[in-house]
Design a protein around this ligand. Structure first.
Ligand code: MN
Length: 386
């Protein structure tokens, strides 16, 4: 097992960064883990970019006889993600939060984070606690991880982690073969990841287009079509309907609370925001609800923001609106044109079977969120209300 050397701030700055030097560095890192077993950790609600990038990493690592398990602790909730995993046989496993205490982390010689720096996974505290070395992080989100990591590839200027992994493929760490079904499926998944993180390439930059061009030699257009044709479930349609009914539009902002929804339907929130932002005279839509699992062990206020206003930075907006928790972590954040937030319900969790209590709880959160948004949405005007 290779030893992990925490990066100095100087290493992190990497003034001489090139895709080739990075590929060489990754090659050396993987050489050092030949024959090992690694845990590849995805965000709790993995999106196509995370899923496809982790798969590409697994295939690269295989050529070094490194065995990878791809895991996430939340759920796959967008119909396109479910279709992606089912249609390509993408090897990701769900490790439910309640199972994490019993895991034997030392079955692995190290772990890898893909499309996250660990802050969006419930698995992170467990691997840190177990002292599992962090072998690599690949991500394109803003942020500065404090985890000690042997190989760090953090590129906020790139629109998708799929672009980063495609560059490693292209640099020769794994030669894709259009006769290999797995390679074709993985290339298709990467194109899906790339297009979904760039709004159908509308926000793609040169590097993303070049990566897509490279992947286009291997991908299966029909398979991609099948993934994209997956349809919305009735429950997602119901949440969209509630968001339409409850929406308030003021100063081109659309704000909609959708009440309670099940944990596995939480992806209905960003889908509702995607829909509400298409209304004429709306440049920004914010949708939120209380997400809970079956026995109310997990209860969170979850929200999504979508904007077409170029001067509005979702990351700044959400950080300013909702601030930080007691440990200094922001409740929200984002990237270009999209963002989200998560606020634990905490002491008020549970007892949702008591209708009156559930109703009051929703009203409190609904009101509080509208108040937090008030100054940003309408600095000088009337309160956000019907
Ligand atoms: Mn991504």
């Amino acid at each position: 097992m290779a030893t992990v050397k925490p990066l100095s701030p100087l290493d992190r700055a990497e003034p001489r960064f090139t895709p080739e030097s990075k590929a060489e560095q990754l090659h050396q890192t993987l050489e050092g883990h030949r024959g090992d077993r690694l845990l590849v950790i995805l965000q709790d609600f993995p999106d196509p970019d995370a899923l496809s990038s982790a798969w590409a990493f697994k295939l690269i690592a295989q050529t070094y006889r490194i065995d990878c398990d791809l895991v996430y602790a939340g759920t796959l909730s967008h119909q396109e993600n479910i279709a992606l995993v089912k249609l390509t046989g993408l090897p990701a496993q769900r490790w439910p939060p309640q199972s994490l205490k019993e895991r034997n982390w030392l079955n692995y010689q190290g772990c890898v984070f893909v499309d996250t720096q660990g802050d969006t996974s419930q698995i992170t505290p467990f691997v840190v606690e177990a002292g599992l070395p962090i072998v690599a992080i690949f991500d394109h989100h803003n942020g500065e991880t404090e985890l000690p990591v042997a190989f760090l590839d953090l590129r906020p200027q790139v629109r998708a982690t799929a672009t980063i992994l495609a560059q490693y493929l292209q640099a020769g760490l794994l030669a894709l073969d259009s006769d290999s079904k797995i390679h074709v499926y993985c290339a298709t998944a990467l194109i899906h990841g790339l297009r979904s993180d760039t709004q159908n390439l509308q926000q793609a930059r040169e590097e993303d287009f070049l990566a897509a061009a490279y992947l286009s030699r291997f991908y299966d257009a029909q398979l991609l079509g099948a993934i994209l044709q997956s349809s919305r479930s009735k429950r997602v349609m119901d949440v969209i309907e509630r968001s339409l009914r409850n929406r308030l539009v003021q100063n081109n902002f659309c704000v909609a609370g959708v009440g309670y929804l099940r944990y596995e339907d939480r992806d209905a929130i960003p889908q509702a925001a995607d829909f509400l932002v298409t209304e004429e005279n709306v440049h920004t839509a914010l949708v939120y609800g209380i997400v809970h699992d079956e026995d109310d062990r997990i209860e969170l206020v979850v929200g999504s923001l979508r904007t077409s206003k170029l001067t509005l930075d979702p990351d700044e907006f959400l950080k300013e609106a909702f601030g930080r928790d007691s440990q200094g972590r922001f409740f929200g954040g984002g990237r270009s044109q999209a963002g989200g937030f998560e606020i634990p319900v905490g002491f008020l969790s549970g007892d949702n079977d008591q209708a009156e209590f559930a109703r009051l709880k929703w009203e409190v959160f609904d009101l509080q969120i509208k108040q937090k948004l008030q100054d940003l949405v309408n600095p000088s005007g009337n309160p956000l209300q019907r």
